[in-house]
Design a protein around this ligand. Structure first.
Ligand code: PLP
Length: 412
């Protein structure tokens, strides 16, 4: 756990499984920024983990048509046959992986896929290896499921990637899963085939360890980066790999809540049992929309990718021009994860010392009215995350404000 707050209300005793889990720092910052905006302050929020684009028109039309056809009832538990067919086809077409219909599952967002998978597989004390920086929900879901997150720091020098040596050392008899996310939220770092290879070799020699990969940002990659997924790269691991994906980011469908996965039949079956007692099927209308997303035209993905690339370049160049900050160029997703070691130890105009990355991000919010998220929220300091899923104009203004705020800091 990082800097989540504990949930404690007088007269209510939370279950022990929730004791170390709380409202995430990202939501806290968002709430504070929203309150400042209500007071009339011109806050720029670079915290949101969702594209600023609209869901494409053909996808919305498919949802409307489904409503008109009366597709407003429960569907098959973990996805309608037509959506499962579209997912099987997507995995074959885009990833070169063959899954059968009973090897795919659909849930209310990729988040529920992760939840189903961990609830289905973890006994108390079972370990899940998670490289940091990591998407904050990972460790919370592992802990709610009774597991233990084993966090492995992977800093900018390592390209924010786990090495084979680190993986080998982290594996114990209690390890159930290794969870990899490429491209990553929050670092934007991605594993190419040559980055995955040594890790997959380690896993081949540890048959009790399963691999979960979160490919959510597959379609947001830059500079000709070739996205690959481990089940395609190493067929010998396919029988213990869960390939997680969803329509939220690529198709700007965060609110539709559809995530999916491909994996071994036995696991997929138990994941459906968990889901059956939590939410039953995902929304029937959203499933119809997801079918159109996966089967329909894909050319807009390239245009959106190009737009994200321009914004990435603006942000990376802007950050690297600021004294005290350092930003590695990400291969994908829509986040930068910048080092801020150069401002630690400095003093703000109000005389407050910046001792950690969250002091810096608090200062940026107060002084520059720019909301970003500290690295500590993602398990690695001293860094901060910017989400650049916003207009170029806003990004340029935010960078100018961050620059001004950094110039006001004094040594000592
Ligand atoms: N995986 C990663 C890496 C994410 O960043 C997110 C959302 O921020 C998700 C999964 C969850 O996606 P969904 O909207 O499908 O639940």
């Amino acid at each position: 756990m990082t800097i989540n707050t504990r949930i404690e209300e007088a007269g209510f005793r939370p279950a022990s499984r929730i004791a170390s889990v709380g409202v995430s720092k990202i939501l806290q910052i968002g709430a504070r920024a929203a309150a400042m905006k209500r007071e009339g302050l011109p806050v720029i929020v670079l915290g949101a983990g969702e594209p600023d684009f609209d869901t494409p028109g053909n996808i919305k039309e498919a949802a409307k048509a489904a409503i008109d056809r009366g597709e407003t009832k429960y569907t098959a538990l973990d996805g309608s046959p037509d959506l499962k067919k579209a997912i099987v086809e997507k995995f074959r077409r885009e990833n070169g992986v063959d899954y059968a219909l009973d090897e795919v599952t659909v849930a209310t967002g990729a988040k529920q896929i992760l939840f189903n998978a961990f609830m289905a597989s973890l006994d108390p004390g079972d370990e899940v290896i998670i490289p940091t920086p990591y998407w904050t929900s990972y460790s919370d879901i592992v802990e709610i499921s009774g597991g233990v997150s084993v966090l492995i720091p992977c800093d900018a020098k390592a390209g924010f990637r786990l090495t084979a040596d680190q993986l080998e050392k982290a594996i114990t008899p209690k390890t159930r899963w290794v969870l990899l996310n490429s491209p990553s939220n929050p670092s934007g770092a991605a594993y190419g085939a040559e980055d995955y290879r040594p890790l997959l070799d380690v896993l081949l020699s540890h048959p009790h360890v399963w691999l979960m990969v979160d490919d959510m940002y597959e379609h947001i990659v830059y500079d000709g980066f070739r996205f690959v997924t481990p089940a395609a790269l190493e067929p010998r691991l396919k029988s213990r790999t869960l390939t997680v994906n969803g329509v939220s980011k690529a198709y700007a469908m965060t609110g539709w809540r559809i995530g999916y996965a491909g994996g071994p039949k036995a696991l997929i079956k138990v994941m459906a049992v968990i889901q059956s007692q939590a939410t039953s099927c995902p929304s029937s209308v959203s499933q119809a929309a997801a079918i159109e997303a996966l089967n329909g035209p894909q050319d807009f993905l390239k245009e959106r990718q190009e737009s994200f690339r321009r914004r990435r370049d603006i942000v990376v160049a802007g950050l690297n021009a600021i004294d005290g900050l350092e930003c590695r160029t990400p291969e994908g997703a829509f986040y930068t994860f910048s080092g801020c070691a150069g401002v630690i130890g400095k003093t703000t105009p109000k005389g407050r010392k910046i001792e950690a990355d969250h002091d810096f991000t608090d200062y940026l919010l107060e002084e520059a009215h720019v909301a970003v998220v500290p690295g500590s929220a993602f398990g690695l300091s001293p860094y901060f995350r910017i989400s650049y899923a916003t207009s170029e104009g806003e990004l340029i203004e935010a960078l100018a404000r961050i620059d001004r705020a950094c110039r006001l800091l004094t040594k000592g």
